[in-house]
Design a protein around this ligand. Sequence first.
Ligand code: ZN
Length: 291
Amino acid sequence: MKQIMILTAAVLLLLPLYANAQPEVPIEEWTGKTILLVGAHPDDDAGRHGTLAMLQENGNDVYIMLLTNGNVGTRDRKMTRQRLEKIRRHEQLNAMNHIGLPAENYINLGYTDGMVEFADKEELVKRMVWWYRKLQPDVLIAFEPGYRYQRWHKADHRAAAYLAVDAARAAEWHLIFPEHLHQEGLEPVRINEYMFWGSEGNNMTVDISDYREQKIQSRMAYLSQFSETGRSNYPGNSEDYFMTLDDLPAEERRAYMDRFRNSTGDTESFRYYRGAPDGVGSGPALGQREY
Ligand SMILES: [Zn+2]
């Protein structure tokens, strides 16, 4: 009897977690929503491009906000930060074009790659909150804040994961950064839905099979990051030259295209959470159970 009571109590306690673990309307039927993805680098979003393509095509407004311009991600000793920043913007817009997202839906806060943790945090959160209030998103997509944090999680990703949710928390309180309201006419926003990637507590699987081709193309756009030639010996001497697949030696090009075709699956997974930003970290311990 006592065991039954404990079990009943446990079920009742966990019930709200289960109830909040799925969207009220299946994601495939979402329309008219504003969706904001926050990441650290141009390409952090790439693994979610099937879902973003679907959401955009279904009549939602999808925005991508990245904290850094990606200006140090190279092993090419001839590369400069200025040129790489241009290359990565070009790649990002090219990738977004493949999934139907216009250039005006790309926001880059311009921080130096690898240095987000050392940026002025109040200023950074304030800028993020400004965008949250401006866009009034219904859904925030971001790195899972708990992802492997106990071991180690790449510095910018660790910072971006926390900052994305910290800014969501701040954005709903009108007395935090009140100048946004008084000087710029913005309104607070309470974001009620979250989708985290890289989670060990995934509870949402999105069928992206109809968008797989677009995702393959968009992922291949990040040539400076994902190809050996682009990473170590970026072709062209002009600041304004952007490499294409044709710049890859034939064998590397074939392997590159095969790699994305073989590694792009029919689904994308997230930890979905619905509720106040304060509760984002609640739920079963990561890595222990799925629900
Ligand atoms: Zn990254």
